[in-house]
Ligand binder design. Structure first.
Ligand code: ADP
Ligand code: MN
Ligand code: MN
Ligand code: MN
Length: 351
């Protein structure tokens, strides 16, 4: 019997598998291309290196355009199904030098230096779903603003909630892919959502958040929508998108870790505010205004349960005397390899 289009898409591969290679381009965005392999790999190092045209991704000149991609982490592919795979790669010149945009390389080097401290991360990725026909978030009428912020955060309503099918399909796709997604929630503006990835150890956080973004963009693409991670995509009295970064080390998670490790780390961060802001995403000055649950970009401030602070310690952490803290400064468009690297560098590797 003749197969339908959907049946063709869901055909099983009888032998070998299809692997989608995913990498970061010269615009801080993800790209991918697929390849068929006769053997099914069980780890990233079983996969061959590959290459692409860097002159089309803002990463190389036309004359010498080849970029080498090296497989680093494999994930089951929720789109093509098992045994097909997605693989997170990083980027090199043909001589084997990491590209300038290969932030994973330096992140891994730093994570290896801090291995004994067992750094854990949990990043909260906020984003808007955008209708490309209007350029506005889902749920924003063409001719006027929607009802002001209030009912949307974690809301339930046929007239106020937009894009739940996408947020939920993404949640399940992440679980299928083995990404340590810990949850999702509707955010403060219409068409704005959040997913959290963590706790992850060291380099895992960057790998899994980038792959989580890739899955989200693929699912939004199926619905003809774009994903926007900009820190302030909608002008006016609307929240921007952040990427709160929760962080702990082994000493912070042990008895008296609040006094012995968390407070000293926050003191170190207070001395490196400018360096961290510079590494936390582009356009963040429009978001860190001191309004909309943010601290001003001008100065570092930490506090217990304070959502207007740069870094926040939870009530329960103060009470128990150990745990983790939240750096609320990173923008939605930050590079998680850079954010996690900076946290470890400042808090763990400097005096
Ligand atoms: P918020 O209350 O700020 O909205 P979320 O629940 O959205 O926080 O996200 C908190 C994130 O922190 C989750 O991904 C969670 O897995 C992670 N997390 C929990 N404990 C730790 C820890 N000890 N170290 C680092 N991250 C942690
Ligand atoms: Mn959250
Ligand atoms: Mn949030
Ligand atoms: Mn948060």
């Amino acid at each position: 019997m003749e197969k339908s289009f959907d049946q063709l898409l869901s055909l099983n591969v009888d032998e070998g598998c299809i692997v989608e290679y995913v990498w970061i381009d010269g615009y801080d965005a993800v790209r991918s291309k697929g390849r068929y392999l006769k053997n099914i790999p069980s780890k990233a190092s079983d996969l061959p290196d590959w290459n692409y045209d860097g002159s089309s991704t803002n990463q190389a000149s036309g004359e010498d355009s080849e970029v080498i991609i090296k497989p680093q982490r494999i994930f089951p592919d929720p789109f093509r199904g098992k045994p097909n795979l997605l693989v997170m790669c990083d980027t090199y010149t043909p001589n084997g030098e990491p590209l300038k945009t290969n932030t994973r390389f330096e992140c891994e080097r730093i994570m290896n230096q801090a291995k004994d401290l067992k750094p854990w991360f949990g990043l909260e990725q906020e984003y808007f779903l955008i209708n490309p026909n209007t350029g506005k978030p889902l749920g924003f009428p063409n001719d006027k603003d929607p009802e002001p912020q209030g009912p949307y955060y974690c809301g339930v309503s046929g007239s106020k909630m937009f894009g739940r099918d996408i947020a939920d399909a993404h949640f399940k796709a992440c679980v299928y892919a083995g990404i340590k997604i810990s949850g999702i929630n509707a955010e403060v503006a219409p068409g704005q959502w959040e997913f959290q990835v963590g706790p992850c150890v060291g380099i895992e956080e960057g790998d899994e958040l980038w792959m989580g973004r890739y899955l989200l963009q693929r699912i939004a693409e199926m619905k003809g929508l774009d994903v926007n991670y900009d820190p302030k995509p909608v002008k006016g009295d609307w929240n921007g998108s952040g990427c709160h970064s929760n962080f702990s080390t082994k000493p912070m998670r042990e008895k008296d870790g609040y006094q012995n490790a968390i407070i000293p780390a926050l003191e170190k961060l207070s001395k490196k505010h400018k360096e961290h802001i510079a590494a936390y995403g582009i356009g963040n000055e429009d978001r860190l205004t001191g309004k909309h649950e943010t601290a001003s970009i001008e100065q570092f401030k930490w506090g217990v349960a304070d959502r207007g602070a740069s870094c926040r310690v939870g009530h329960d952490v103060e009470k128990k005397g150990y745990g983790y803290f939240e750096d609320r400064r990173p923008a939605g468009n930050c590079d998680p390899y850079v954010v996690t690297m900076m946290l470890v560098k400042t808090c763990c590797l400097e005096d």
